[in-house]
Ligand binder design. Structure first.
Ligand code: AMP
Length: 297
């Protein structure tokens, strides 16, 4: 269904590849309200654009669950800890909107930064505990930026279900926790990691990998899988995590931010392999930081 033309034109939006785009919260709500009134379930897929099949897996799941699917595309400056990373992050609205239109998405919400963060924006959502480890430790402000923008997107779109990828597993847990703590009326659905045939988790930043780095990058997943297998076979956790670091450096990674075994719900460190244990890693190939995680089961 197309949102009311008067509202859409009021915010100066146009159709891209047949996909309605709105840029303002009012217009988003004007489009979504009649769907909700008609009893349709509304799914929201938050993204930062530069879409690939990992994002589209979330869209496909949303399409399977919901009568209406909204995708948000907002390159959230608050979750970038390095200005250079934000500046060079890939952007391709034309390609993104074509993919979303082909997938049957009902609406794209692509707000300007000023719509999300007016000059006097003063509120921060911070989830304690879950944000003092892993990516939150190595990327200061990142998880708080994620929690703040996701809270805002959920309140703007007011979906029945919002979709997040297990690729960003810590982010998924942070979102689940803030939704529970703040009683946000939405269900959070998790979608498994989508990988290339060689095992590399799909990521918007993979376009920055050189051909050589593309050969090296899948080692991140394979090292985690190897360690998971060894831990299940009774391997010593500290020994295996140390081996993983060495193996990643030998495979060509320039720096390892972390390789850790943590509980899959609480992120509490695990000294031994227990049910729900999960391996998490972040490592650099040149200027590209890759993350991955695997269950130990
Ligand atoms: P991003 O645009 O990187 O913020 O990602 C938007 C959403 O897509 C997040 O929920 C990510 O976890 C999810 N996502 C990104 N890459 C993948 C992937 N390879 N597999 C599954 N979900 C993914």
């Amino acid at each position: 269904m197309t949102p009311a033309p008067a509202r859409k034109m009021a915010s100066g939006d146009a159709l891209a590849a047949g996909l309605p785009i709105v840029r303002r919260t009012d217009d988003l709500r004007a489009a979504v309200a009649p769907w909700r009134q008609a009893g349709h379930r509304v799914g929201l897929v938050p993204t930062m654009g530069a879409l690939h099949d990992g994002h589209m897996a979330l869209v496909r799941q949303a399409k399977a669950d919901c009568e209406r699917v909204v995708v948000s595309l907002f390159l959230n400056p608050k979750q970038f800890d390095a200005a250079a990373d934000l500046a060079r992050y890939p952007r391709d609205l034309a390609a993104d909107s074509a993919m979303l239109a082909a997938a049957g998405v009902d609406l794209l919400f692509a707000p300007e930064t000023s719509e999300m963060y007016p000059n006097d924006f003063a509120t921060t959502v911070s989830v304690a505990g879950l944000t003092d480890c892993l990516c939150a430790k190595t990327r200061p402000g990142h998880m708080t930026g994620v929690a703040t923008v996701v809270t805002k997107l959920l309140l703007q779109a007011q979906p029945d279900i919002a979709y997040f990828g297990e690729k960003d597993y810590q982010q998924l847990l942070v979102v689940r926790r803030l939704v529970r703590d703040l009683c946000v009326p939405v269900r959070i659905a998790a979608v498994p990691v989508v990988r290339a045939a060689d095992g590399l988790a799909l990521s918007s930043r993979n376009v920055f990998l050189t051909p050589k780095q593309q050969q090296q990058a899948p080692a991140l997943y394979h090292v985690l899988r190897t360690v998971a297998g060894r831990l299940l076979a009774g391997g010593d956790t500290a020994t295996e995590l140390a081996w993983a670091r060495t193996a990643l450096l030998s495979a060509g990674f320039d720096k390892v931010d972390y390789v850790e075994l943590r509980h899959g719900n609480t992120l509490a460190p695990q000294a031994h392999t227990e049910p729900q244990a999960r391996l998490f890693a972040a490592a650099w190939l040149g200027q590209v930081r890759l993350i991955d995680n695997v269950p130990v089961c």
